[in-house]
Design a protein around this ligand. Sequence first.
Ligand SMILES: [Zn+2]
Ligand SMILES: [Zn+2]
Length: 274
Amino acid sequence: MDVTLLGTGSPIPDPHRAGAATLVRAAGVDLLFDCGRGVVMRLAAAGVFPAQLRAVFLTHLHSDHLCDLNDVVTTHWVMSPARTALPVHGPARTDEVVAGMLAMLRPDVEYRRAHHPDLAWDPEVPVVHVEDGSTLDVGGVRVTVGATDHRPVEPTVGYRVEHGGASVVVAGDTVPCPGLDRLCAGADVYVQTVLREDLVRAIPAPRLQDTLDYHSTVEQAARTARRAGVGTLVLTHFVPGCPPGRAGEWAAIARAHFEGEVVVADDLTTVTVG
Ligand SMILES: [Zn+2]
Ligand SMILES: [Zn+2]
């Protein structure tokens, strides 16, 4: 099983980091977790076209985790040789987001249908609402859903992907919580979005200060990893940013609280397990 960090940025625009998105490939099945800024470009760089994706999973409905879902859906639709659905899994209200996105795409769908007679179907984007304890089988790959805590955003979820005895958790934005601990228990890889409290506190912008109470700090992510006994902690979604050459600082903070492997991901960093 391969985990590729497609985008390791946060809402703050960063020329080196695309928005939140993670590709998990297991048993030849490509699963996409979140669809942040630039996801289709990074998928292409990873050698995957959207038409190859089997399913999309959203951790929550913040824009930085789904702003390019429309590009994934359109490119999947236009480049699929035959009628193929792209299921989108997500917490409650994902149906609202997908309906609004499809409404936005309506003129484009009509133009392309009129221009390409062999494109005889509309984008098919069935929504599957998930919640704590949901389990899914996607092409023989098991996906388990756990409630996370990103309040006041709720509900929010994380995902555990399992195949062939290997397990990967894509946690999304969350502070430490029992649902996250359950999801991570004994996982080979735990991907956590993180912030640096020391850096955020040094920036006198109220909207940035507001982010402190609903994200895991690097220390908290490392402690979750240790509690759960995970093998590799992968840090991503760096707030307020991790410029080139600074990854070592972030890794050192995590290593002070977690004895396993720590990866400070860049876009297209891949971790292989199993
Ligand atoms: Zn968020
Ligand atoms: Zn986020």
